[in-house]
Design a protein around this ligand. Structure first.
Ligand code: HAM
Length: 420
């Protein structure tokens, strides 16, 4: 038997219904915020991720699925969505008419070669959105507010973990101060951190191994290295978040794992005891340099992405309600070929008129068709009998009260519309 690959999974049955429900909630709220749906390819030129997510990020160094295709091209399965959206923004010249920011959202599979564990897989579904073309702090607040409200609508209690890296000048000053502080202490940190000090020193701040060490607790803080403009931005953002009643806390150790960020960085945190690191349901931030870095015109942008699998796991742990429809409107029953023919067009008619309708495809006896109807939790049964069909009538039975009525076939849609 061929089995699925490590770190991948099938989604079916109730899990698929839960996922569809979460999609629908997200879809609906994105439309309210006036974001439009976008799709980009699952594989891209490897160079795209080297230049955006960054050669110094853990993702590009250790986690990408890279291969050479039959045309000898270097290809990578996308580990995240932002780089592809920015590539598409540039390639399709969406910057042509930037009197409004481009606001897009996406959902789809992403691939990272990680050690699989609960809430962390090698293929996972990410939902994300990007706002490209505005540097206004209100757009930072909008992106955080949409991220926050998605979870609220899904019934989860979450908090925003917020920090700022400042502009390039602030970030560089901070990086220098951090390296100067860490270098004499680096032997006391883990092996990964010893490597990070040369390639990506900011990542040491959110090292999972050393997170409680005194060295990291006493490290210089990003906020102390912000220039005036960056500090004003950050203060303005906090003001907006308070006006919008968004629960947030500043965490100066939050730096995020991708290289493209500046100014605002944030994560959405669930407070679930058994979750550990998986409490980070999603993350995002501003990436004002990325469009230019990928050869587009200098364009500010900010965005967010969340893992759907982790979100659903959080909802299950918290026993949050999934609003799932698990019953059908009508089950059509028949006993012979002639009745079956009538069933075929009634079925067609009902479905085209918006009802969820089902029938028997297994040549079942009548009594077993009743059982099927119950399994489908049908609200109504339509029972076809030749005697009634002579008068163009069928029996409609309320499956709860067991009351029956003879209804003309031409009146079925109106009758069910009234009842359902
Ligand atoms: P990220 O923090 O790398 O950000 O990923 C966002 C979310 O994707 C994570 O918080 C987590 O929920 C989910 N995720 C990541 N890796 C895995 C995995 N192996 N298994 C399951 N879920 C996972 C980004 O990807 C950025 N593109 C976010 C962004 C958008 N920044 C600006 N715009």
């Amino acid at each position: 038997m061929i089995t699925k690959q490590k770190g991948t999974y099938d989604v079916y049955g109730l899990d698929a219904k839960k996922r569809k429900y979460v999609y629908d909630v997200i879809d609906a709220i994105c439309e309210k915020y006036n974001y439009t749906y976008i799709e980009t390819p699952i594989f891209e030129a490897s160079e795209l991720f080297h230049r955006s997510v960054g050669d110094s990020s853990d993702i590009v160094r250790k986690e990408t699925y890279d291969f050479t295709d039959r045309g000898n091209r270097n290809i990578t399965l996308r580990p995240e969505g932002t780089a592809s959206i920015v590539r598409s923004f540039i390639e399709n010249k969406m910057y042509g008419n930037l009197s409004e920011p481009v606001k897009v959202y996406y959902v789809g599979p992403m691939f990272r070669y990680e050690r699989p564990q609960s809430g962390r897989t090698r293929q996972f579904t990410q939902f994300g959105f990007e706002l490209i073309g505005s540097d206004d702090v209100l757009s930072d607040a909008e992106v955080i507010s949409l991220s926050y409200n998605i979870y609220k609508l899904l019934g989860l209690d979450v908090k925003i973990r917020l920090n700022t890296l400042g502009d390039n000048e602030s970030r560089n000053n901070y990086r220098e101060a951090l390296v100067n502080y860490l270098k004499p202490n680096i032997d006391k940190l883990c092996d990964d951190c010893k490597e990070r000090i040369n390639i990506n020193p900011l990542r040491i701040l959110d090292c999972k191994v050393d997170k409680d060490s005194e060295i990291l607790k006493n490290a210089p803080k990003t906020l102390d290295y912000l220039n005036e403009e960056s500090l004003n931005r950050f203060n303005k953002l906090k003001e907006y978040l308070e006006l919008m009643d968004i629960d947030y806390e500043v965490d100066t150790n939050l730096v995020r794992g991708l290289d493209y960020y500046n100014h605002t960085v944030f994560e959405v945190i669930a407070n679930i005891k058994e979750f550990g690191n998986e409490n980070v349901l999603g993350g995002g931030g501003r990436y004002n340099g990325l469009v230019e870095m990928l050869d587009g015109p200098s364009t500010p942008a900010i965005g967010f992405a969340m893992g759907l699998d982790r979100t659903i796991l959080a909802m299950e742990t918290k026993e949050t309600k999934f609003d799932i429809k698990d019953n059908i409107d009508v089950y059509i029953m028949y006993g012979n070929d002639e009745e079956k023919e009538t069933a075929s067009y009634i079925l067609q008619d009902l479905r085209l008129n918006g009802f969820i309708a089902e029938t028997d495809y297994m040549n079942k006896q009548f009594k077993n068709q009743f059982k099927s109807a119950d399994r489908f939790k049908a609200k109504y049964l339509i029972i076809l009998k030749n005697d009634d069909l002579k008068d163009f009538k069928v029996t409609v039975k309320d499956n709860l009260t067991k009351e029956e009525e003879l209804v003309n076939i031409n009146d079925l849609v109106d009758y069910l519309d009234m009842k359902l």
